[in-house]
Write a protein that binds this ligand. Structure first.
Ligand code: DTR
Ligand code: ZN
Ligand code: ZN
Length: 315
């Protein structure tokens, strides 16, 4: 009888250790230390994007080897950090397009927080402000989530969109491929496009939702003036908005001219464009305002971290 009891004890112990009960339990919620993104977190990715463009015909446009190399660069960093990555293929203008989607394991998939940036440039140049700045920030944020072991109640999904410059093609494909149920699982989407303009400022989408409030709390806490801009449907947030997903984000300006008032608020040159190299070959690493970039990056990181847990409407 004693031998039987011993056998059963070993069997149970083995069953617990070797044969789990068939369902994976989500790791306990752990709120990691909110990161402060620094230039060493961001610049290496911007420099990699410019080197990729230089090695592949001068740009990272949809369907080009430069775009494919940009996807591979971001993907390998994410996989090394423990993300589950997925290349979502689509075709546009007879060229193969790719959205790179990365899910951080854990969290409630029915309550997903998303952040995204388009990874493609125009065919005229390397696209470092537009939109290496956004792509690098989203990558640095994802790596910070992994490094801090951040495991909030919400599921976290990161995206790098293809073919934005051709008309929001990649993000439109992503939304089109969602079912109504999976669309409802997305609690909110933060868009990150052009956040380091050389003569830039701090524009916040006039979302009137928890995303805008979380973004504004960063700037208000530092007494940094901001200017609310309406949705114009000119970046990847547009497709999420049309699908009924709450959206938000910041932008530091494109070819529009900086006014005297804005120069008084943010410095820089009145009467000149926020980004004189918008969609030009000179959109290189020299086309980055580091002060503006750090504020817009950390405002977005603060909002994402804040919104990753807690009651949505309480924000
Ligand atoms: N279409 C973006 C630039 C752009 C224009 N308006 C906005 C508003 C919000 C974000 C981005 C933009 C591009 O050239 O990539
Ligand atoms: Zn852009
Ligand atoms: Zn652009």
């Amino acid at each position: 009888m004693k031998r039987v009891r011993l056998f059963l004890a070993v069997l149970v112990a083995t069953a617990v250790v070797v044969w789990p009960t068939g369902h994976t339990t989500t790791p306990a919620v752990h709120i990691g230390q909110q990161p402060t993104l620094t230039l060493p977190d961001l610049r290496p990715h911007l420099e990699a994007f410019e080197q990729i463009a230089q090695a592949h015909g001068g740009h990272r446009g949809h369907g080009s080897p430069g775009y494919a190399a940009s996807v591979a660069y971001v993907e390998q960093k994410l996989i090394a950090a423990g993300f589950k990555t997925h290349r979502q293929q689509f075709t546009w203008n007879r060229d193969d397009g790719i959205n790179l989607i990365a899910d951080w394991p854990g969290g409630d998939p029915n309550d997903t927080l998303m952040i995204g940036a388009h990874l493609d440039s125009v065919a005229r140049g390397p696209g470092i402000n537009d939109n290496g700045s956004g792509s690098a920030m989203v990558l640095a944020l994802a790596l910070a989530v992994a490094a801090t072991g951040h495991r909030p109640q919400r599921h976290l999904r990161f995206a790098w969109w293809g073919a934005e410059e051709l008309g929001l093609i990649g993000s439109a494909h992503y939304i089109r491929m969602l079912t109504p149920e999976s669309t409802k699982q997305i609690r909110g989407y933060l868009n990150v496009d052009m956040i380091a303009s050389p003569n830039g400022g701090h524009f916040v989408y006039n979302s009137d939702n928890p995303i805008e409030r979380a973004l504004m709390s960063y700037f208000t806490a530092r007494s940094i003036p901001t200017y609310a801009i309406p949705y114009e449907g000119r970046s990847d947030y547009a497709m999420f908005l049309r699908a009924g997903v709450p959206v938000g984000g910041v932008i530091t300006g494109t070819r529009e001219i900086k006014t005297e008032q804005f120069a008084a608020w943010w410095g820089g040159t009145a009467g000149a464009p926020f980004d004189p190299c918008y969609h030009q070959a000179c959109d290189t690493n020299a086309n980055i305002n580091e002060t503006v970039y750090l504020h817009s990056s950390n405002a977005t990181a603060h909002a994402f971290w804040t919104l990753s847990h807690g009651p949505w409407e309480a924000h």
